[in-house]
Every structure is written in structure tokens, then in C-alpha cells.
Design a protein around this ligand. Structure first.
Ligand SMILES: Nc1ncnc2c1ncn2[C@@H]1O[C@H](COP(=O)(O)OP(=O)(O)OP(=O)(O)O)[C@@H](O)[C@H]1O
Ligand SMILES: [Mg+2]
Length: 603
């Protein structure tokens, strides 16, 4: 009795109220269904009609079964009986996935809560049916989104607006940082970046206040192992927070979303670009070549390096934006005009032109030109490396004339020496035929020997065959020994040549040695000379010193005396130099230097 009364009082007040109840039935958001203890449908609302596709008339008074998927009907009948045996408001089938059957036969996932109702016509139950499709869809969508976030290569962080604690950290971030989810749960952005608390707050405040939609910054992220890498971080604020399923914890409705991009590569590339630009600028500053750039098609100068200042005499201020490239040139030839107008092969062109300096000097310069193009590939500027080849040209000319001089001297030697000797020999032979005395024949034999020696000397001067066969060191030793023997001058020789020289270099050094020692023998009246010939990787050095009469080196050599000049020119042609120290009565020191390796050495 007690129990029955209690059960009756629980449903009291929820009595059937006819039309009044109908109005109530139509207001809620859920689809509602009223069923009696026999399982017949007694009331439905409009939402239920819409949800399950039936018109009200099709349902009222009919068994509930049509709304239940067939496979659940038997179970449902048992559950229903149990419910009416002990009516109590509760969710239906808690923990189970429930489905309602649409008129079309389709099954709709639903959530149902049951409320008992006592009415005049008997016990009823009100079933509130909630369509779960939308929620399921959004849950699936969220799970999918979560997966995308998780898999993103970017680092993605959600952090609580108040505590700044991370509520979600994706895999990309964990991998980059080397932290586990648990380790990150107790950290904030402040542990990952060098940002101060104040700086971070200053960044976040306008986002949280809605004054800005997003913020972006470049900073560093510190890995668990302490190393850092540059990142670009995009920050946003979501006032509604994140869905609990994707969160580690949700302390506040509002969260910040930080997406960080590892920009190590970009930073490296930028750095490399900056360095190469700096290097290029350095090269342009330091190169001994003049570097010019001019605008197309009018040729107005746009760039002018220090070497260009030195070569042409105009400062950058005087040249850039004021001179046109053609004003540097003397001749007006079509090839040149094409070059300045940018009508050259994109790979560049090279030409030698006469140039005029600011102070009117003429220079012969080699121009190596290229076209510079804009992003669209149009040639907008011309650029050239300009090298002064005046000296090279002069040296070449000098060499040619030195060769001519040398030939003239050989011709003289042949004519005056060998020719005379052979003439004398002919005459002597004639005489000896008439009167072959041993004295006459002996004199003739001596003359033949001397002439032979002359021929050998000329031949030796012409082409140092020993040099080819033995190399510089042995040839130098042989030459010095022979010269010392024939002249009576004592010559010390020190040779140390660890580096190989090119044939060109060997010939030049050998020629300089020959000429220097010949001068000692011919002019110095020295008792003693010393020769030191050494080489390092960088250069070969020859010093020839005598204790003779010396001479005034400032006096220009008289015509026909080309030995010293020839030496200097041969050396300079290979990038070397000659130095003379001498004074009357104080002997002479000659030093020759020649760089080894490099481009000049092979020209
Ligand atoms: N070692 C030396 N001691 C003293 N005088 C020297 C010495 N070397 C050169 N001279 C002087 O310098 C001059 C120029 O020398 P250079 O070799 O150019 O011509 P050269 O020897 O007179 O003629 P060549 O053209 O045959 O060499 C010489 O004539 C001589 O007066
Ligand atoms: Mg000489």
C-alpha cells in the first residue's frame, strides 16, 4: 500500500489536460510522442511528424511498432511493459544506440527520454525524441578536424586564455619540440619561446579584446634538448573555446590558437642570400676590375665601383646617373653600340675598345659584358667588367721589339763573329795550301775550335736546349759553371726549386740569369758574383749580386742596350718584376721575382 501510494504521488500533477496539454506539446524543441500502456500512439507533435515523415492521422491510435526498427520491436515490447509496471522519468535505453524508424524505412539515430503521465484514460508515457544526426555529424566532423590538426606538419597549439596552459598540442609540435603530451600539459608558450610574460600578454590582449583578429610574429622555439629553431607563429582567439573531445583540459571557454611554422629553411635561405649579396658587394668593392652597370637603352650609368673610379678617374658621384657608358669610349663602332644598347648575346660578349679617362688619357680596355634581366626576363641593364689591357698591349709590343733586337744581335754575331772567322779560315787555308807549315795549320785548328765555340754560344743563347732536357736547375748550374770557367769570375750558386715551373717561367728565369751574368762578365769587372735561385709555392726569386764597379741605375740605357729592358719586360709579362740596386764602385744586385701558378703565369 505504501509503495503504491508513493508511485501514485510521483505521477500526480502530471495529469492529462486535454487541449491545454496539446498546446504544451507543440512548444518544445524535441519531437514528442505520447503512448499508452497498450503501446498505442495517443499524441504526437509537429516536430515528430517532421522527424519521422508521418502525418498525425497516420499515427494516432496506431501501435507504436511502426516507429521502431523491426529488430528492436520484441525487446521494446518487454521494456515498455517494465516501464509501465514501474513508471519513472528516465532516459530510454541508456548506454545503447537508439534508432527511430522513418516512414521511408530509414533509421534515424535518436536519444529518447521518457516521462510517465497519469491521465483519465490511464497511464501514459511521454517520449521526447531528439534527432542525433546533427550531433553525430558534427562529432564526426570534429574528430576529422582533430585528425587533420593532429597530422598537420605545422605546430598547432590551443591554450587556455586565462592560464595560458596548453589544452591541445598536435603531433607536429610534439615531434618538433621533443616533448610528450604529458610534458606539454604543464607548460605554456612562455616555456617554448624567449618571449617574456609581458610581451606575450601584450600580443594576446588585443586578440582577446577582439581589437585584432590575428597576430603574427617570428620567434624561436626551444626544444626539450635546449636547441632552438626559428618559427613563424600565427595567433588567434576563439571565444567559444575548443570542443572538449580535442582538448586536454578545458578551463575556460576562450582559447587561443597558435599555429607555428618551422622556418629554419627559409631563414637559412635568406641568410645565404644575404651573405651572397654581401659577398658579391664585397667582390665588386675589392676587385681590381672596373665594374659598371648601365641602364638600357640609354646607357646611363647605374653602378660604378672603386676600381672604375681608379681606372677612369671619375668618382661614383660623378659617374652614376650623370655619365652614359658611351662617353667612356673613344671610337664609335657598331659592335660597341650594339653592346651598350643591350643587343648582345645574353651569355655575354667580350671586346677590346679604346677608352678615355676623365683627364683625357687613352686606355685600351677589355670589356666583358652581360645583360641583366628583370623578373619578366626583359633586359633592363647592361653590366661590364672592364680591364685595362694597355700595359699588356705595351708589353707585347715591347716583347716583339725586344725579339727584333735580339735577332739583329744574333745576325751581328753571325756576321761579325762566325762570318769573319770563316773568312779568316778560308784565307788561312789558301795560304796553308801553298805553304803548309805546322804553325799555320795549328793556328787554323785553333781558329776552327774558336769558331765552333762561337757557334755553340750563339746556339746556346738562341735556344737553351739544356733547359728542355735537364730543367731549370741543371741548366742554370751548367750555364754558371761554363761562364765562370770561360770568364774567370768566381760565381757562387745556390739553387732551391721545390716547385715545378711552367716552361714559359723556366725560359724567362733562365734568360734573366743569362743576361744578368753576361752583364757581370761584360761590364762589372767583378772578381766574385753570387747567384741565388729559390722558389716557394707562390713565387720564384732570382738574385744576382756582384762586387764590381756598379753603375748609375737612374740613367736610361743608351740605344741598342736592351738587356735590362728585355729582362724587365719578360718578367712583367708573366706578372713578375725586376729590381736593380747599384751605385758606381759598390757592385750591383739584381733581383727578379715571378709569381707561380695563377692565370698570369700561363699567358
Ligand atoms: N752588373 C753590372 N755592373 C756594372 N754595370 C752594369 C751591370 N749591368 C749592367 N750594367 C750597365 O748597364 C748598361 C745596360 O745594360 P744592358 O744589359 O741593358 O745593356 P748592355 O749589356 O750594354 O747591352 P745588351 O743589349 O747586349 O745587353 C750596361 O751597358 C752597363 O753599363
Ligand atoms: Mg746586357
Amino acid at each position: 500500500m505504501e509503495g503504491e501510494r508513493a508511485a501514485a504521488s510521483e505521477t500526480e500533477g502530471r495529469t492529462w489536460a486535454g487541449a491545454h496539454f496539446d498546446a504544451l506539446l507543440e512548444s518544445p524543441l524535441d519531437a514528442l510522442l505520447v503512448v499508452d500502456a497498450r503501446g498505442r500512439i495517443r499524441r504526437v507533435n509537429a516536430r515528430l511528424e517532421a522527424l519521422l515523415g508521418y502525418a498525425r492521422e497516420e499515427l494516432l491510435g496506431h501501435p507504436l511498432d511502426c516507429l521502431i526498427p523491426e529488430r528492436y520491436r520484441a525487446q521494446h515490447a518487454r521494456d515498455q511493459a517494465a516501464f509501465f509496471a514501474s513508471p519513472r522519468a528516465r532516459p530510454m535505453g541508456s548506454g545503447l544506440d537508439l534508432f527511430a524508424r522513418h516512414k521511408s524505412g530509414a533509421e534515424i539515430p535518436v536519444e529518447i527520454s521518457l516521462t510517465p503521465l497519469r491521465a483519465a484514460e490511464g497511464d501514459l508515457v511521454v517520449a521526447a525524441i531528439r534527432d542525433l544526426r546533427e550531433r553525430k555529424r558534427s562529432a564526426a566532423e570534429l574528430a576529422r578536424l582533430g585528425g587533420v590538426l593532429e597530422a598537420s606538419l605545422n605546430e598547432i597549439y590551443l591554450f587556455d586564455a586565462r592560464s595560458l596552459r596548453f589544452t591541445f598540442v598536435n603531433e607536429g609540435a610534439r615531434r618538433n619540440l621533443g616533448y610528450t603530451t604529458e610534458e606539454l600539459r604543464v607548460r605554456t608558450l612562455l616555456d617554448l619561446t624567449p618571449l617574456s610574460h609581458a610581451e606575450l600578454r601584450a600580443l594576446l590582449a588585443p586578440l582577446r579584446a577582439g581589437a585584432r583578429r590575428s597576430a603574427q610574429l617570428q620567434t624561436l622555439h626551444r626544444r626539450k634538448d635546449g636547441s632552438t629553431y626559428p618559427v613563424e607563429v600565427h595567433l588567434q582567439y576563439r571565444p567559444e573555446g575548443a570542443h572538449p573531445e580535442t582538448c586536454l583540459e578545458a578551463e575556460d571557454a576562450g582559447v587561443f590558437v597558435a599555429v607555428a611554422l618551422d622556418i629554419s629553411e627559409r631563414v637559412r635561405a635568406q641568410q645565404a642570400l644575404r651573405e651572397s649579396a654581401q659577398r658579391a658587394a664585397l667582390h665588386v668593392e675589392k676587385t681590381p676590375l672596373a665594374v659598371l652597370e648601365w641602364r638600357l637603352p640609354d646607357g646611363l650609368l647605374l653602378a660604378w665601383n672603386p676600381a672604375a673610379e681608379r681606372l677612369f678617374g671619375y668618382t661614383a658621384d660623378e659617374a652614376v646617373g650623370k655619365l652614359r657608358a658611351e662617353q667612356l669610349l673613344v671610337d664609335d663602332d657598331p659592335a660597341l653600340r650594339a653592346l651598350l644598347a643591350g643587343q648582345v648575346a645574353p651569355t655575354g660578349e667580350r671586346g677590346t675598345f679604346r677608352n678615355r679617362t676623365k683627364d683625357g688619357r687613352l686606355l685600351l680596355c677589355e670589356w666583358s659584358s652581360v645583360l641583366l634581366t628583370d623578373e619578366a626576363g626583359r633586359a633592363t641593364r647592361g653590366a661590364a667588367l672592364v680591364m685595362d689591357v694597355t700595359a699588356r698591349q705595351r708589353a707585347l709590343e715591347a716583347l716583339l721589339s725586344a725579339q727584333e733586337e735580339e735577332r739583329a744581335r744574333i745576325s751581328r754575331d753571325l756576321h761579325d763573329g762566325v762570318g769573319q772567322a770563316l773568312t779568316a779560315l778560308g784565307l788561312g787555308l789558301n795560304a796553308a795550301l801553298d805553304n803548309p807549315t805546322p804553325e799555320a795549320l795549328g793556328a787554323l785548328r785553333r781558329l776552327v775550335a774558336e769558331t765552333l765555340e762561337d757557334v755553340r754560344r750563339i746556339s746556346r743563347d738562341l735556344r737553351p736546349a739544356l733547359l728542355d732536357e735537364l730543367g731549370l736547375e741543371a741548366a742554370a748550374r751548367r750555364f754558371v759553371r761554363e761562364l765562370a770557367e770561360s770568364s774567370g769570375v768566381r760565381v757562387d750558386l745556390l739553387v732551391h726549386l721545390p716547385e715545378r715551373l711552367t716552361r714559359q717561367q723556366e725560359i724567362v728565369v733562365y734568360r734573366v740569369l743569362q743576361e744578368a751574368l753576361n752583364n757581370v762578365v761584360r761590364h762589372a769587372r767583378a772578381a766574385h758574383a753570387s747567384v741565388v735561385l729559390t722558389a716557394t709555392r707562390a713565387r720564384v726569386q732570382l738574385t744576382v749580386e756582384d762586387d764590381g764597379v756598379g753603375f748609375d741605375t737612374s740613367r736610361p740605357p743608351t740605344d741598342g742596350h736592351v738587356g735590362l729592358l728585355g729582362m724587365r719586360e719578360r718578367l712583367e709579362l708573366l706578372g713578375g718584376s725586376l729590381r736593380l740596386e747599384s751605385a758606381p764602385g759598390r757592385g750591383t744586385t739584381l733581383s727578379a721575382r715571378l709569381p707561380l701558378g695563377g692565370r698570369d703565369a700561363r699567358t
